[in-house]
Design a protein around this ligand. Sequence first.
Ligand code: FAD
Length: 484
Amino acid sequence: MTSANNGGSGRRGGDAPSHDSTSNGGISFWYARDGIPAPREPLPGDASADVCVVGGGYTGLWTAYYLKKAVPFLNITVLEGKFCGYGASGRNGGWLYNGVAGRDRYAKLHGHESAVRLQQAMNDTVAEVIRVADEEKIDADIHRGGVLEVARTPAQLARLKAFHAVELAFGETDRTLHGARETAERVRVTGAVGSSWTPHGARLHPVKLVKGLAAAVEALGVTIHESTPVTEIKPKHAITPYGTVRAPYILRCTEGFTATLKGARRAWLPMNSSMIATEPLPAEIWDTLGWDGRETLGDMAHTYMYAQRTADDRIALGGRGHPYRYASKAARLGHPSRTEPATIEALRDILVDFFPTTAGVRIDHAWSGVLGVPRDWCATVALDRTTGLGWAGGYVGSGVATTNLAARTLRDLIQQDSGQSGPTDLTTLPWVNHKVRKWEPEPFRWLGVHSMYAAYRTADREESTTSAPESHPIARVANRVSGR
Ligand SMILES: Cc1cc2nc3c(=O)[nH]c(=O)nc-3n(C[C@H](O)[C@H](O)[C@H](O)COP(=O)(O)OP(=O)(O)OC[C@H]3O[C@@H](n4cnc5c(N)ncnc54)[C@H](O)[C@@H]3O)c2cc1C
């Protein structure tokens, strides 16, 4: 989800706890129990395919899945630089929800009805992921408790009400607005004065989903090569150190890592998001929190947090941390996923600020990952019919469900291009073949992102000390300048 954290609210008093017992990195907490999966073979040499998918996260795997299901004789090869689930798909907060980055801008560009269709497709996508997981017997700890977003200041409450009204206008008639008491009946977040809840969301275990999906794709007859970084994508060619795959369609599904590819360095900015997972919490603490519905939980801060109650009764909570590394360094495959102690501390501050009874709990794991942010913050799916190059991404942190819609859309675009079908409901959605300008070169990119998050942190701090219902002016300026 499009969350970010406030990099240290300083609201919790007392000495900073030590994090000696916290595992840091190791891809993510989601791999802690079963470890990194055994590697699949790298590409053995030059090869050909009908479709070559670059990247083995949700986007690439869902695309391979739906294409192979639609046309079983297709020869599909997935090339993954590390292992399936190495990227954000193995590190996320497990919010399977109906948010899609850029919907409001698409409404401005293509009309309200067009964006309503996109929103409805996203609502359906949550159910579609659950359906396929069920059909393929992927046990990903899915619990459909909906999404609860809480407000904790007057300015957040005003934003929450405005957000709620907009969501209703985009057809989410089953969304409900709650006051302080009803919010506490779901989750007892300290200081919560209201919330908006939608049924279009579920909690899941990200790695169980990505592993299960890779296995399902392989079982269908798709070839997956791991430890095979693609160094360059050209029309009909995916070039790797082990050989080149030639295919009429090459699909770039590399999201936050896209900046490492020749010709795409300023396409999607690799934005960092960091998470912590607590130890399993005892029943006495859960009694103080409620959260029996296991809703995914977020707030309305400008640098907002996101959290889930895991299947084994931990709290996994995320936010922005160090937002961006100079020259897109975090996009490099193999870049260490360790999280700075200050970020772990900041996330812990949020946890305890939300739930004071967690003050003494151990933080078992901290990790970080990158997500792709386009210059206009709009997710896209595209196929260039003259070159056969396709791509999907720029999900800005709302990708767990969106990747599935993107994949089904890529399937339809390829079927349309190869004459097997005409336009479909999906190929005519407003995010298809959307063009966006590049990010600024350095140092402007670095300066821009850091200034934006400094502004959001200041705005959140100021809003927590006043009763004014308006968003702080500095946040409004940051929104305008950043193009959000
Ligand atoms: C910490 C964090 C929390 C998040 N929480 C949520 C959430 O709760 N809900 C939500 O909706 N979204 C969330 N997101 C976003 C969501 O996880 C992503 O949008 C989604 O996983 C993107 O999937 P993907 O397959 O496009 O990209 P990725 O999962 O990043 O996969 C890209 C793959 O491409 C491979 N690759 C990259 N470059 C190359 C190359 N040159 N050659 C070969 N392979 C390559 C990588 O190794 C990687 O496996 C979160 C993201 C992060 C980082």
